[in-house]
Design a protein around this ligand. Structure first.
Ligand code: TRP
Length: 331
């Protein structure tokens, strides 16, 4: 089984990203053949700074390697290093419905948020995402719930391609992780933890200083009452229970039993300590990896070479099926 996912090079990842997405990518290396790329070509569809983008790609690459992506056991690369992605984007655009693109929630949200230019690239973003996955004939796409519609679209694109030009592409399945989707903002626990949140106190970065983490968890919004148990009237404590369960690799009910009778204060301290312990090794490895940009470039280049071997094969089939380009000698 082949697994593909793309990761936005948005500077600092937070605990929700880590638990919900990054640990899934790492686990994917054991479940199948994992192919992961840092999607710098998606990042240029909104206003951005070129030097900042390069830095953000290194930050993201170092973080994923620190988290346990192993270039020996998966293919990890930078999207723009494999030009087949952009070529396939154009070819697939002729089997993509304009009306479907026009219905994408993310385009509506992001275009409404743009102050200056709403680019054509932002509109065709889902076609590039389809090309990312379909170029590898991947079977499974682990993504957050917000990306469900984009995966639906790429399935339609693959099906339309196969119906029009003959069986060529694999129609991938979406995989939405159950945990992590539930990691909420510490200051506004009715909202998901998010980089775009307006409360920096509400989110924990993966590489944050331990002292900061402790401070943020201790300052987390809790609820009236004093019992450590989940409930619709207790979003703050429920969130801390979910976090504790996730970082301990246990179940929320087990956390409730363990902390029965202990007050909010000591529970928060225990959660803070557990989060610090969970992230410490990642933070340490990140520091080492991030310091050596030449080594990061080498790792990404090696990944791109292996990715390209697969993608160019698909592209040859796609071009042949579409009647595009010179006739290929049959091999
Ligand atoms: N659009 C995805 C996001 O914002 C990132 C992404 C790009 C992606 N290409 C992909 C995810 C291919 C899965 C597969 O999170």
């Amino acid at each position: 089984m082949r697994i593909f996912s793309g990761i936005q090079p948005t500077g600092r990842k937070h605990l929700g990203n880590y638990i919900g997405a990054i640990t899934q990518y790492v686990a994917g290396q054991d479940r199948g053949e994992g192919i992961y790329c840092v999607v710098d070509l998606h990042a240029i569809t909104v206003s951005y700074d070129p030097a900042g983008l390069r830095t953000a790609v290194y930050d993201t690459a170092a973080l994923l390697l620190a988290a346990g992506l192993d270039p020996e056991r998966c293919i990890f690369f930078r999207q723009s290093d494999v030009p087949e992605h952009t070529e396939l984007t154009w070819l697939l655009s002729s089997v993509t419905s304009f009306g479907d693109l026009n219905r994408m929630h993310q385009f509506k949200e992001k275009s409404a948020a743009q102050r200056e230019l709403v680019t054509a690239g932002l509109f065709t973003y889902p076609v590039l995402m389809a090309a990312d996955v379909l170029a590898y004939r991947a079977h499974e796409v682990p993504v957050g719930d917000d990306q469900r519609q984009h995966v639906e679209l790429m399935r339609d694109v693959a099906e339309r391609f196969n119906a029009r030009f003959g069986e060529t592409l694999v129609v991938p399945q979406v995989r939405i992780p159950a945990v992590g989707a539930r990691i909420m903002d510490l200051q506004a626990p009715e909202r998901k933890m998010s980089t775009t949140s307006d409360s920096p106190q509400g989110l924990i970065h993966v590489t944050e200083e331990p002292a900061q983490i402790v401070r943020k968890v201790r300052a987390a919004v809790t609820d009236s009452g004093s019992e450590v148990r989940r409930g619709p009237d207790k979003p703050g404590i429920s969130n801390l229970i979910e976090i504790m369960a996730a970082v301990r690799g246990s179940e929320p009910a087990a956390i409730e039993r363990e902390f029965e009778g202990s007050g909010y204060g000591s529970f928060k301290q225990a959660v803070a300590d557990a989060v610090v312990e969970y992230l410490a090794p990642v933070r340490e490895r990140y520091g080492e990896l991030r310091a050596d940009e030449a080594a990061l470039e080498r790792a990404l280049a090696g990944g791109a070479e292996r990715a390209r071997a697969i993608a160019s094969d698909t592209l040859a089939d796609v071009r042949a099926a579409m009647g595009v380009g010179a006739v290929r000698p049959r091999g």
